[in-house]
Design a protein around this ligand. Structure first.
Ligand SMILES: Nc1nc2c(ncn2[C@@H]2O[C@H](COP(=O)(O)OP(=O)(O)OP(=O)(O)O)[C@@H](O)[C@H]2O)c(=O)[nH]1
Length: 485
């Protein structure tokens, strides 16, 4: 036996012997455990969401048709009885609230190919669809391939007798479904979105509908340009079309279609010999390369520094139950809550805390600045008590200045939308004076003093939010209206 092996064997024997002694056993077991101990990962890195994802999808190829002849004693020449090949499966994206980002997605989605036809007229089996779940608020940019098509059959709600599947529907569900999959601008024709003609989508297994003309908000076009400036490589690859948005639970779109199966010789299609083989072979599935981008969709975003009390506030104004903690970045994902009025409801997103330098991807950075892009109204939440009693926090007016700057650095004009200020933690000692000072230093925008914990000032705030979303008031927080020392 080679010398080094003898040496290691004797080492193992020594360890075994040592483990019989209780003292040494403790030592050896702790030694053995060491490599299994989970290394402590930085929590933010560990849970950083994936909000952009490049996806390749390919539909399953069609199965081949069969060439077969059935002969019998009575029919010596025989009759063709080869069945057609089965159709390949589709690749489908399904909108689901169970997933929050794209971390669970595979970069290559391939659907199953169709089965081959066989004798006795048997048609090949249809290839299984590949269904991948994507979060609510997924925007799809197309780099290569066909425009995705809506799968209508998936919607579980029963249709009313007067509704025809696939027709544009006037009610809320229908309009949601309709607006959810709208063709967006190409980069080249940004700005001409509203005048784009209606696009018809090719039929996909008899389950497709027409895509409506685009009515995409200016934010989408700005986001497309923003996303491109952000990633140079994508720019080179020429992101040609931003094609769809998935906003309603259960929506499905086909991003790559399965190929049709080849014809069996039982089909009464006359073919010449040289065409024979090509017509029998199933067609390949379509291919697509997509960029998925996640943006949550809400009417109002609560924007504030970490620990300002945004999650507590969301819980106070809606039925949402976000995690609340006295440490920064308790919120790692935007929480959504519904604010219901008698005749109206609006969605509020609690966006994770922004810090100085968020536009350079500090803190939770870009991921959440993008969520703000998709909200109509901004509610700036400031902590009145952050600089009280010798605490080293930032006074509310400075918090506001930093927040506006971060939004503007991220995307010019992002802060220029209807806004209000929530002056939170009014219950703390000395907060009243800070609130008075805040009113003096910040002008032209409504300030609502609130104690989120005790739900004080919440009804007034709700009314303010409603009026902003409805467009009854349109205050904006402007940098030159914030007085900082
Ligand atoms: N005194 C007082 N404390 C509050 C109030 N609202 C929230 N807090 C406390 O402030 C701390 C932070 O609250 P969160 O709601 O987690 O703050 P957040 O802004 O969501 O924090 P991030 O998730 O880091 O962005 C918690 O300890 C809350 O209990 C309030 O009105 N008064």
């Amino acid at each position: 036996m080679p010398a080094h092996l003898t040496k290691s064997l004797s080492h193992i024997k020594a360890l075994r012997q040592a483990s019989k002694s209780p003292w040494l056993f403790l030592c050896s077991s702790s030694y053995c455990d060491a490599p299994h101990k989970k290394s402590k990962l930085a929590p933010l890195q560990e849970r950083r969401m994936i909000d952009r994802f490049r996806l390749y999808a390919k539909g399953g190829g069609g199965g081949s048709g069969c060439t077969s002849t059935r002969r019998s004693r009575h029919d010596r020449r025989g009759r063709p009885d080869g069945g057609n090949g089965g159709r390949g499966g589709d690749v489908i994206l399904e909108c689901s609230p169970r997933v929050w980002d794209f971390s669970g997605l595979q970069p290559h989605l391939l659907a199953q190919r169709g089965g081959h036809g066989s004798s006795k007229n048997k048609i090949g089996t249809r290839g299984a669809d590949k269904v991948a779940q994507v979060p609510v608020g997924t925007v799809i940019h197309l780099m290569k391939g066909e425009i995705p098509s809506v799968v209508v059959s998936h919607f579980s709600e029963d249709l009313d007798p007067w509704e025809i599947p696939g027709m544009p529907i006037g009610d809320a569900t229908g309009s949601d479904q309709h607006s959810a999959l709208t063709s967006l601008n190409t980069e080249e024709d940004t700005g001409s979105s509203s005048s784009q003609p209606q696009r018809t989508v090719e039929e996909s297994a008899g389950k497709t509908t027409q895509l409506g003309s685009t009515d995409i908000h200016s934010q989408s076009s700005s986001s497309s340009s923003e996303s491109c400036t952000e990633d140079e490589t994508e720019k080179k690859e020429q992101l040609q079309l931003n094609v769809a948005e998935l906003t309603v639970q259960g929506q499905r779109i086909t991003i790559a279609r399965g190929g049709e199966g080849g014809l069996g010789n039982v089909s009464s299609v006359k073919v010449f010999d040289d065409e024979e083989s090509s017509i029998r072979v199933g067609l390949p599935g379509s291919e697509a390369v997509l960029i998925l981008e996640l943006k949550s969709i809400a009417d109002v975003s609560l924007v504030g520094m970490p620990n300002a009390g945004k999650s507590t506030l969301l819980g106070a104004i809606s039925r949402a139950k976000p995690a609340v903690g006295h440490y920064a970045f308790t919120t790692l994902r935007p929480n959504l809550g519904n604010l219901n009025f008698e005749d109206f409801s609006l969605t509020v997103a609690d966006v994770p805390g922004l810090i100085k330098g968020a536009h350079e991807n500090r803190g939770l950075g870009h991921a959440f600045l993008r969520h703000i892009e998709r909200t109509k109204v901004i509610a700036y939440v400031v902590d009145l008590a952050s600089a009280l009693d010798g605490r080293k926090g930032t006074p509310p007016w400075e918090q506001l200045r930093d927040l506006v700057l971060e939004l503007e650095y991220h995307l010019e004009g992002l802060s220029n939308r209807p806004s209000l200020i929530v002056a939170n933690k009014i219950d703390e000692e000395g907060a009243e004076e800070v609130y008075e000072e805040l009113k003096r230093r910040v002008q032209d925008v409504s300030i609502f003093p609130v104690c989120a914990v005790l739900e004080e000032g919440v009804p007034e705030l709700k009314t303010g939010l409603r009026m902003l979303v409805n467009g009854e008031i349109s205050d904006r927080l402007r940098l030159d209206k914030i007085m900082v020392d």
